[in-house]
Design a protein around this ligand. Structure first.
Ligand code: SF4
Length: 184
């Protein structure tokens, strides 16, 4: 695994169409986070609020499904700039909760949410300018970019996140035991 001048692995995490529960589970590593931070540089993450996905990332954890054009654009940047991409949690692995909208007509759904309900509708100029455009169907990450590792769970519990991180830091393949490969 490539390391930076500080001899640390360059780690990124990205948040697509998900509830942030997978990131919360990552934070549930609790005191082990101190060990992780000692071994990695977090170069992009919603918890670090870095605006541009950097070049030369070693490992990226992607939470959430691809729901809109911003997700798709970032997915390609993640793939081009990361050595290892992990589908992090059931939404990234299967589409999970966000894909429930795939049974609905997208335009009718947007109409129902923004224009037919109670309250003042937003100016139509908002849609398409400030809100990313929904892609026709929610897609799991591997249907948009090649994925190296699948880490299931809704969310993946901290123990399986830890098992994956430890293997990666040792430069070993992530071979989770069967009980860590369940969904939900
Ligand atoms: S997998 Fe579960 S916890 Fe993670 S983003 Fe999706 S719904 Fe939230």
């Amino acid at each position: 695994m490539t390391t930076t001048a500080s001899n640390k692995v360059r780690l990124a995490t990205a948040w697509f169409g998900g509830c942030a529960g997978c990131h919360m589970s990552l934070l549930d590593l609790d005191e082990r986070l101190i060990d992780v931070v000692g071994l990695v540089d977090i170069v992009y993450s919603p918890v670090a609020d870095i605006k541009v996905f950097p070049e030369g990332v070693d490992v990226t954890l992607v939470e959430g499904a691809c729901c809109n054009d911003e997700n798709v654009h970032l997915a390609h940047e993640v793939r081009e700039r990361s050595k290892i991409v992990i589908a992090f949690g059931d939404c990234a692995v299967t589409g999970n909760v966000p894909s429930m909208r795939n049974r609905l007509d997208r335009d009718q759904m947007i109409n129902s949410v923004y224009f037919e309900g109670p309250g003042k509708p937003p100016p139509t100029s908002v849609l398409g300018h400030f809100l990313p455009t929904l892609i026709p169907k929610v897609l799991p990450l591997h249907q948009v970019i090649p994925v190296d590792i699948f880490l299931p769970g809704c969310p993946p519990d901290p123990e399986r996140i830890w098992a994956a991180i430890v293997a990666l830091l040792k430069g070993e393949p992530v071979l989770l035991p069967e009980e860590m490969r369940s969904f939900g």
